[in-house]
Design a protein around this ligand. Structure first.
Ligand code: C2E
Ligand code: MG
Ligand code: MG
Ligand code: MG
Length: 276
């Protein structure tokens, strides 16, 4: 009966689940206003050359300064933005903000490196993504060579044809492409063959197995060799320790990103860092 169903439902709704549902509802309701209230912010995490330690790139990572909840991580709201379609205006805001910021840093002589942004699969579904990116590059005057798009294997799987076509057009403009979290999804070497990719980002889960699990080390080795043989750059994400760094250097990984060097930080902190 309905009553019994209701009862079951109630019993399944543990306090922890209820808390997380309430949080999700609060987030959904206030996410609609986050953009217009100017509550979104980009943090930037440096990427370094493993040999020289020089900063060679930045990844833009979104944060939401929520009036009640404080700083909300993308892991807690990007999926809601995707479900509600808000990822389209938010994604455009991310792109524009990152391009404006990078152009400003270049013009002011603060730093001159490419900036990477993350894309969701929805941004490739029934959208004019190539036109949108072209428009924003023109508007912000950022050199397309200084923009890198991070896409996951997940995205490629879902929208293969359109992705290949779109990325080829973007590539002609000079925009760079990186495969994020490489090795964690349904990796297909065939994608790497067909896609105009510049860089592979080795997923953190493998990096955290360094000195702990031989299998992770073997996988890292193979990813680096693959990247080299294909003429692609390779970066390790989530590097937290000296031991991980040493292993990656021995394996001739090109670049690193992780808490061992820097956490993602607000624009002001990047400026403070660069002026030291
Ligand atoms: P991602 O693109 O793989 O970004 C790496 C995540 O790992 C970031 O988490 C970063 O802060 C974190 N990280 C970096 N170094 C370390 C480390 O050494 N140790 C540990 N434990 N973590 C590290 P964050 O900022 O919470 O972002 C999570 C994910 O949310 C991102 O994963 C990306 O998939 C997504 N995301 C972030 N910003 C955006 C955005 O503007 N648009 C879209 N569509 N997705 C975004
Ligand atoms: Mg990323
Ligand atoms: Mg990711
Ligand atoms: Mg990643």
């Amino acid at each position: 009966s309905a009553k019994e169903k209701g009862k079951n439902k109630y019993e399944l709704c543990t306090p922890a689940l209820k808390d997380s549902l309430v949080k999700e509802m609060k987030i959904t309701n206030s996410l609609y206003q986050a953009l217009e209230r100017d509550e979104l912010e980009l943090y930037y995490q440096p990427q370094l050359n493993i040999l020289s330690g020089e900063i060679i790139g930045l990844e833009a990572l979104i944060r939401w300064n929520h009036p009640e909840l404080g700083i909300v991580s993308p892991g807690d709201f990007i999926f809601i933005a995707e479900k509600t379609g808000l990822i389209l205006p938010i994604g455009e805001w991310v792109l524009r903000t990152a391009c404006i910021q990078n152009k400003k840093w270049q013009d002011e002589g603060i730093l001159n490196v490419p900036i990477a942004i993350n894309l969701s699969v929805n941004q490739f579904q029934n959208t004019q993504i190539v036109e949108m990116i072209t428009k924003i590059l023109k508007e912000t005057q950022l050199d397309p060579n200084d923009l890198e798009l991070e896409i996951t294997e997940n995205i490629i799987m879902k929208e293969t044809e359109y992705i290949i076509e779109s990325l080829k057009k973007l590539k002609q403009l000079g925009v760079k492409v990186a495969i994020d979290d490489f090795g964690t999804e349904y990796s297909s070497l065939n994608y790497i063959k067909q896609l105009p990719v510049d860089k592979i980002k080795i997923a953190m889960s493998f990096i955290w197995g360094i000195n702990i699990n031989d299998k992770d080390e073997a996988i890292i080795n193979v990813i680096i060799v693959l990247a080299k043989n294909l003429g692609l750059k390779v970066i390790a994400e989530g590097v937290e320790t000296r031991e991980q760094l040493d292993f990656l250097r021995d394996q001739m990984c090109d670049e690193v990103q992780g808490y061992y060097y820097y956490k993602p930080m607000p624009a002001k902190q990047i400026e403070a860092l660069m002026s030291r």
